[in-house]
Design a protein around this ligand. Structure first.
Ligand code: NCD
Ligand code: ZN
Length: 349
């Protein structure tokens, strides 16, 4: 039986949701990850210090007792974000970073930024503060083909932005294209890569009929892009790090409105390891999962370790969302119904 022990990983891009869903899903991350950057696109988005403190409190209350998990909070940028609020929140350690969603580019982003230029004053301040800017890199122009929206964003929005703010610390989130891989490396940005974009290409969304289980944003692209992402993630290069973008939606909502988002936190580590094994790069996994992120964000690496063993691991088709004894709904995890060949055995002190 093969074994792999690595420093405890962090998840640099995570959706924890709220209420009952938060309470049901948080353990999948908090048990195995040291920290996670928590996305602010809750139904009522996290646009202020007050909302952020209250959201963080509900996250802490949902954590299992004695958990050492550290949620790193973000502010949701809008055209109205005030630089004073942002500065105060950053200086008081309420906000770890700011998230830029182009308006309507993805789930719960209708309050997002309509015109990037409206935020230039804010970016000026962030550059000075060295506050990270996390970007959902897709244009929101309905005229642009959905499969081209990341590349167009990079060329039309991101490229001018980094010219204007060359010292701004930027992470291009959940990259999906070879173009993004190259751009990130050439311009000293950071990038998160999800497990699902390493496993599926755009065919998955149409396999056996329209399949919303694999619908997420940015949408998976052509195979050549998936190959480029796998090469980037397993390269060990410091600019690429783990960010699951785990984004749970109840099954009934997925079926009803086909919401974008894949819930992968229950299998994230096993899912990534499968890719690293297939690419003969198991020795690079610790860099991607546990070292590159802290280095980019100037944070200490985690002290504990996790141990994985290669053994058959049957992933449940659905995960129940429970309140008291009542099952309120189910969420399909990524790889649900499949058998994976690695399993996380647990934490090694
Ligand atoms: C995310 C969600 O559901 O909140 N969905 C997704 O497809 N990734 C939002 C996001 O990160 O784009
Ligand atoms: Zn996300």
């Amino acid at each position: 039986m093969k074994e792999l022990t690595i420093l405890k990983p962090d998840d640099w891009h995570l959706h924890l949701r709220e209420g009952i869903v938060l309470k049901n899903i948080i353990r999948f991350t908090s048990e195995l990850f040291g920290r996670a950057i928590v996305m602010p696109n809750t139904k009522n988005p996290i646009t202020s210090i007050k909302k952020c403190i209250s959201y963080k409190k509900s996250i802490s209350e949902a954590l299992p007792e004695n958990s050492t998990f550290d949620p790193l909070m973000t502010i949701y940028l809008t055209d109205e974000t005030k630089k004073d609020e942002l500065t105060e929140g950053f200086n008081k350690n309420v906000f770890f970073a700011a998230k830029l969603y182009p308006a309507n580019a993805t789930t719960n982003s209708s309050f997002g930024v309509k015109k990037i230029e409206n935020l230039y004053e804010v970016f000026e301040v962030m550059q000075e503060l060295e506050m990270p800017l996390l970007i959902h890199g897709e244009v929101n122009d309905p005229e642009v083909d959905i499969f081209d929206r990341e590349e167009v964003f990079i060329d039309k929005e991101l490229s001018p932005l980094i010219k204007k703010f060359p010292k701004l610390k930027i992470v291009l989130e959940h990259i999906t294209t070879a173009h993004a891989v190259d751009f990130v490396q050439d311009n000293n940005l950071g990038a998160t890569i999800t497990p699902h974009h390493l496993h599926i290409n755009r065919n998955a969304m149409f396999f056996g009929g329209l399949n919303s289980d694999f619908y997420c944003l940015p949408v998976p692209k052509r195979e050549k892009n998936r190959i480029a992402l796998r090469k980037a993630a397993t390269s060990g290069k410091e600019c690429f790090f783990l960010g699951t973008d785990s984004a749970p939606h109840l099954r009934q909502w997925k079926a009803f409105c086909g919401c974008a988002g894949i819930f992968n936190s229950p299998v994230a580590i096993e899912s990534y390891v499968k890719v690293f094994e297939e690419e003969n790069a198991l020795d690079q996994f610790e860099k991607f999962a546990s070292l590159n992120g802290p280095k980019f964000y100037h944070l200490p690496i985690n002290k504990e370790k996790i141990k994985l063993v290669s053994m058959s691991n049957q992933i449940p088709e659905f995960i129940d969302v429970i309140e008291g004894k009542k099952v309120l709904g189910q969420i399909k995890p990524f790889h649900g119904g499949e058998t994976l060949s690695w399993r996380v055995e647990g934490i090694v002190k």
